[in-house]
Unconditional design. Structure first.
Lengths: 367, 152
């Protein structure tokens, strides 16, 4: 028998109306604008763009506002939006070596061509709450000094010149690039698909997995070879125009982890790599991503797979917070019929249990 | 492709790059100050997405990083030149203005006007912004020095 239960419409409508009211908060307090979110909560916007997998600061700001600051809800909204637009194609792969660097550090070499540039960072702050920010606070204009015209090559490129680090995998331009938004995941997955999955993955999930690998759950002995943040030019091969057209620049963070060695009877030992790339200034995300990229290469590098961070099916199947929240949160939707059937089964089992235990053990005695 | 065609393509690309980096209100302000040729939309401005690609390790094979919003348009001058406009973001009018400029750059009559009245000042503004960011970053560059302890 199927019984349709109706009657929730008005309650739902009023709940959404109440939500809109609560989202606005005290109406005597000025409403927050999208440009305020974009400018002053910019790292939150970066996270929503990265995990929402859509670079658009204004939309990410709108999503954060609509979601009342709930980042996963905001990411969900952005993912849903991207499904409404047609895709014109894929860009030329970005050249992070040509990035206009705003921050660039290496923990492996003190003196790197182009220098160590700290940029806007929380590093070396004392993590003391600043009461000045509680009131109108106007910071000093940034100090400036003469910019060097020297190039800022990637640290891994420098190591690569001496053969001290493995080269990046090179596929010819004809090889199709895996896209998990077009084909469902299947395992084993190649590194292009794994990196796409990790780029969209929940930062907290990757942080915990990366941390677990550092603590010994999976083989990983990394150095942060380089972290860089800045603007990268985007070009798109437009068929109608006949050449790659410039689209403007996107802010990105890149992390190159340098890990312990591989080698064989025929190949000299060299460092191995883990790679992280994300939209905006997303340093913790790209560091975690690079750690997990490396642990997921266990199979390729002939390492024993013993820890969760090395298990690509485990990692890739649980990394997406929109999927994860969908399945976890669906539990709050009505399950009345399912529950009734379980309740019926439980009552039956309890009845059987009661009958079995209440049955007098007299029979044995009587015999 | 001939050398002249190559030059023309490089010029169009440079113009597109400056415009894509510029604020739409700056572009429209500059365009309003010149007499525009008759033109029509060949393709109505539209929004869409591009999949942004990175490279494994920074220099290896490509992988899909995530998408970005883009706008595109195509404009035809009454004299026949067809221009294309592509830009990040959802500003369709910006894409249309880029297409118009691209068409004008291809016209001997208007190329000089666009270069001097629109592109040159926008390019100067773009360079100034870049330089400002570069000098701000440069001030956070670490200058290591070594403390000499004991007697050498």
């Amino acid at each position: 028998m199927y019984v349709a239960v109706k009657g929730g419409e008005r309650a739902i409508e009023n709940a959404h109306r109440l939500l809109a009211h609560e989202r606005r908060g005290d109406r005597d307090v000025p409403e927050v604008s999208l440009s305020q979110i974009s400018e002053q909560l910019s790292l939150g916007v970066d996270r929503v763009m990265t995990e929402g997998s859509l670079y658009d600061r204004e939309l990410a700001s709108l999503a954060i506002k609509q979601a009342r600051g709930d980042m996963i809800e905001a990411i969900f909204l952005v993912r849903a939006f991207r499904a409404t637009l047609p895709r014109f194609g894929a860009t030329e792969p970005v050249d992070t070596g040509a990035m206009q660097v705003r921050r660039r550090i290496s923990s492996t070499f003190k003196d790197i061509p182009g220098g160590q540039i700290l940029g806007p960072t929380f590093d070396y702050t004392h993590r003391l709450l600043d009461p000045q920010l509680a009131e109108g606070f106007s910071p000093e204009t940034p100090e400036t000094s003469e910019a060097s015209l020297a190039a800022t090559p990637r640290v891994t490129d420098i190591l690569g010149r001496d053969g001290l680090i493995e080269p990046s995998p090179k596929a010819d331009a004809e090889t199709p690039v895996g896209d998990l938004t077009r084909e469902p995941l299947s395992f084993p997955a190649d590194r292009d698909l794994r990196l796409q999955n990790l780029a969209r993955a929940d930062e907290g999930f990757l942080l915990a997995l990366g941390y677990s690998s550092q603590r010994g759950y999976g083989r990983n002995h990394p150095f942060a070879g380089e972290i860089r943040f800045g603007e990268v030019e985007i070009e798109f091969m437009a068929e109608d125009v006949g050449f790659a057209v410039p689209l403007g620049a996107i802010a990105m963070t890149e992390c190159q982890m340098v890990n312990q060695f591989k080698g064989s009877a025929t190949e000299a030992p060299c460092f191995t790599r883990g790679y992280g790339l994300a939209f905006g200034q997303s340093e913790r995300k790209t560091m975690s991503m690079a750690l997990v990229d490396r642990t997921l290469r266990a199979r390729e590098l002939g390492e024993e797979v013993i820890a969760p961070a090395q298990d690509e099916e485990f990692v890739m199947s649980h990394s997406d917070n929109v999927q994860a929240t969908g399945f976890v949160e669906h539990l709050k939707l009505p399950h009345y019929v399912d529950f009734q059937s379980e309740l019926g089964l439980l009552r039956k089992l309890r009845k059987e249990f009661a009958e079995a235990t209440e049955a007098p053990p007299m029979q044995e005695a009587a015999e | 492709m001939t050398a002249t065609e190559n030059d023309k393509q490089a010029q169009r690309k440079a113009v597109m790059a400056v415009l894509a980096h510029s604020d739409p209100s700056e572009i429209s302000g500059r365009l309003a100050a010149i007499t525009l040729p008759d033109h029509e939309n060949l393709r109505e401005p539209e929004n869409g997405l591009v999949m942004v690609r990175g490279r494994i390790g920074g220099d290896g094979s490509a992988f899909n990083l995530g998408e970005a919003t883009v706008s595109r348009a195509a404009v035809r001058l009454s004299t026949g030149q067809v221009g294309f406009g592509y830009t990040l973001g959802r500003d369709r009018e910006k894409a249309r203005m880029i297409a118009l400029c691209d068409a004008m750059v291809q016209s001997d009559e208007f190329a000089g006007l666009i270069e001097t009245k629109v592109i040159a000042p926008l390019c100067a503004a773009m360079t100034a912004t870049r330089n400002r960011k570069a000098t701000e970053a440069a001030a956070t560059r670490v200058d290591f020095y070594t403390l000499v302890r004991g007697e050498g």
